[in-house]
Design a protein around this ligand. Structure first.
Ligand SMILES: O=C(O)CCC(=O)C1=CC=C[C@@H](O)[C@@H]1C(=O)O
Ligand SMILES: [Mg+2]
Length: 379
């Protein structure tokens, strides 16, 4: 394939409910949709998952937009690409910027699957026809308010409930949840809000039979997580610390976690996600696919990667309606009783609906062969 043009659609979407983590509260989501168009006019779609501000990772919406326009778009336009895994190789000299790299690579994967007439899941090597999903719930002001949300999501049939914790909203809150729901599959995500000085609090969580504790300590850290895992029974799951295949390999070797949350954007794309998948499978480390408050395109990429065999734990890809009044794809992602069925249509398996997208559109940019790579360094 040869990509002739890349379009970037920057969207601003209102969220149904505020989402609070240890980083703060969010009520709107900026999203960049990437459309890669080949010489025959076929389009593949990707979604950039960077946050609005560099709180979850160092990337943020404005930085990814610049990186896409200046480097990662021009680098693939006009190149003969026979397989999407070549995109990672093309980007290799350029350090990190994983979320920017991943969204174009994702669009190339979708395009590749469409050209072959197969689903994105099949193109990735996935065998499942449906995937189990859970839901991620933000911090609420009171335990009563959180319990109401949990009640709603348990009734909707989600296969596990993840709640956010932070210092002061942890042990007592989980105790209250367990009093009402002694048996639901429950996990917590701290978004790196603790240090080893909080070991007693983290140990106290052991008595609640949690599926895992996600990213308790600093983003990027592997050493302290390995020390922590030796002290607690609850499996540690790493999110922010797994920002590459190499980080996953080191975490497995050091015993920093027993479970990995794969976020496609965070690790640099689908090709890297498959590499991590294969390595983790070899080492009996189960995976699940995390979410980044994605609109439909990103959700469908998440569903596709979850079709691989070692994604054995329910991920974060809840229904489109979890966050959005109206998603940008037709049909939307719908979890029924905690299961999302994978469409048998080629590629991501749904249409990007430009009429729906219009209501959220902030700006559109087009990258063409005229946009040369703009670098000071030259070979
Ligand atoms: O529903 C989803 O998309 C998952 C939401 C979620 O938990 C997160 C989204 C974005 C950044 C983080 O706050 C967080 C996470 O750490 O997994
Ligand atoms: Mg997380």
């Amino acid at each position: 394939m040869k990509i002739k043009e890349i379009k970037l659609y920057q969207l601003l979407m209102d969220m149904r409910n505020p989402f609070t983590t240890s980083f703060g509260t969010q009520q709107k989501r900026f999203i960049t949709i990437v459309e890669a168009i080949d010489e025959d006019g076929t389009s593949g779609f990707g979604e950039c998952v960077s946050g609005e501000d560099p709180l979850y990772s160092e990337e943020f919406m404005d930085s990814t937009l610049i990186a896409l326009k200046k480097y990662f778009g021009p680098l693939v336009i006009g190149k003969e690409i026979s397989h999407p895994d070549e995109v990672w190789e093309i980007y290799k000299p350029f350090k990190r910027n994983n979320m920017a790299k991943a969204c174009i690579e994702g669009a190339v994967w979708d395009l590749y699957a469409k050209q072959k007439g197969i689903t994105l899941a099949e193109a990735l090597g996935g065998k499942k026809t449906s995937v189990d999903v859970g839901v991620s719930l933000g911090i609420e002001d009171t335990d009563e308010a959180l319990l109401e949300k949990i009640d709603e999501k348990v009734k909707e049939g989600y296969k596990r409930i993840k709640v956010k914790i932070k210092p002061g909203r942890d042990v007592d809150m989980i105790k209250n949840i367990r009093e009402v729901y002694p048996d639901i599959p429950l996990m917590v995500d701290a978004n790196s809000a603790y240090t080893l000085d909080d070991i007693e609090t983290l140990k106290a969580l052991d008595e609640f039979n949690l599926m895992m504790i996600e990213q308790p300590l600093m983003a990027g850290d592997l050493i302290d997580h390995a020390k922590l895992q030796k002290e607690i029974k609850t499996p540690v799951c790493l999110d922010e610390s797994i920002d590459s295949y190499e980080a996953a390999a080191a975490a497995i070797e050091m015993g920093s976690c027993q479970i990995i949350n794969v976020k496609v954007g965070r690790v640099g794309g689908l090709t890297q996600s498959i590499k991590i998948h294969d390595l983790a499978e070899k080492h009996n480390i189960p995976l699940w696919c995390g979410g980044m408050l994605e609109a439909g395109v990103g959700r469908l990429h998440n569903v596709a990667i979850t079709s691989l065999s070692n994604f054995t734990l329910p991920g974060d890809t809840a229904s489109s309606s979890r966050y959005w009044f109206e998603d940008i794809i037709t049909p939307e992602v719908v979890a029924e009783n905690g299961t999302v069925t994978i469409s048998d249509k080629p590629g991501i398996g749904a249409e990007v609906d430009f009429d729906k997208m219009k209501q959220y559109l902030v700006k559109t940019e087009t990258i063409t062969a005229d946009d040369q790579l703009d670098m000071i360094m030259h070979n």
